[in-house]
Ligand binder design. Structure first.
Ligand code: FES
Ligand code: FE2
Length: 282
């Protein structure tokens, strides 16, 4: 099948190439980080060569998308590039080539080329425009993940102060704040009201350091927006038997002054996490 170039896309990512390659190998984030584009993913194969997966597409506003495709992503580490081939479904045969070049520890250039099966030039140009719109959004979302992860990795390793108490402020003042996060013994914790009780829970996911500060709580579990892992607020344990656990959270107590305080009394155990549905995007 002859392929023609439908579009190209160049972008500088403000992080090291290591973060980009990590993201390329991470098939699991597609229906979570890119939830507006993908609805599900089922891994078919994975290895040093890359991965292959069946991916559900979100329907577009015009109903034009939707359905499923099978994508095979192959990495050529020597040439510092990878190709994502659609081997089944819409745009079968199309290939997206991406070259990755690190310019500095905080700058990596990616050069993307979209190749589609040869057809009417007007259709090719339309496909190119569609790919560009999609990939701009995907790279925006990926960049936010890579930059946040790089910052979290950079913050590791400092010696945590041994705080004994931390004044959080009055409940009224806390309610005025948008998703309040405090640092307790060197780690970020989100302070929130849950089922009428003030609690603290880790604001950094133990999987790949995803942001839990705005993560929803569902059935007693905090749900990470990057890969959908669910953590039981009662035990801290990841659902579905995954080998991750939230750091033990300090307790939120009301002081004599009417303000809320953090104290090192272990996490305040709340509800039990309901049987998981984290696999629903699989
Ligand atoms: S970073 Fe992967 S589930 Fe949180
Ligand atoms: Fe991505």
């Amino acid at each position: 099948m002859e392929l023609v170039r439908a579009a190209t896309y160049d972008r500088r990512i403000p992080t090291a190439a290591e973060r980009v390659w990590e993201n390329v190998r991470d098939w699991e984030h597609l229906p979570w980080l890119h939830r507006s584009s993908f609805s599900s993913i089922a891994l078919l194969d994975e290895g040093a060569w890359g991965w292959a997966a069946r991916i559900g597409l979100q329907p577009g506003e015009d109903g034009a998308r939707g359905g499923e495709i099978v994508v095979e992503l192959r990495i050529d580490a020597t040439a510092s590039r990878y190709v994502a081939r659609t081997v089944e479904g819409a745009l079968q045969g199309a290939e997206v080539w991406t070259e990755v070049r690190e310019r500095s520890p905080s700058a990596t250039d990616v050069a993307v080329e979209f190749l589609v099966p040869q057809t009417d030039p007007a259709v090719v140009s339309q496909m190119g425009a569609g790919y560009l719109a999609l990939y701009r959004q995907l790279w925006d979302e990926d960049e936010s993940m890579m930059v946040r992860r790089a910052a979290e990795l950079g913050a590791l390793g400092s010696t945590p102060p041994q705080q004994e108490r931390l004044r959080l402020g009055t409940p009224e003042a806390l309610r005025q704040r948008d998703a309040p996060v405090v640092t307790w013994r060197g780690r970020p914790f989100r302070i929130r009201e849950h089922e009428g009780t003030w609690i603290a829970h880790a604001a950094r996911c133990p999987h790949l350091f995803g942001p839990l500060d705005r993560a929803p709580i569902e059935d007693g579990c905090v749900v990470c927006p990057w890969h959908g892992y669910r953590f039981d607020l009662r035990t801290g344990q990841a659902a579905e038997g995954r080998p991750y656990r939230l750091p033990s959270a300090p307790r939120v107590r009301t002081g004599e002054d009417g303000a809320l305080w953090l104290e090192p009394a272990g996490s305040r155990r709340l509800t039990r996490c309901a049987p998981g549905d984290a696999g629903r995007r699989r």
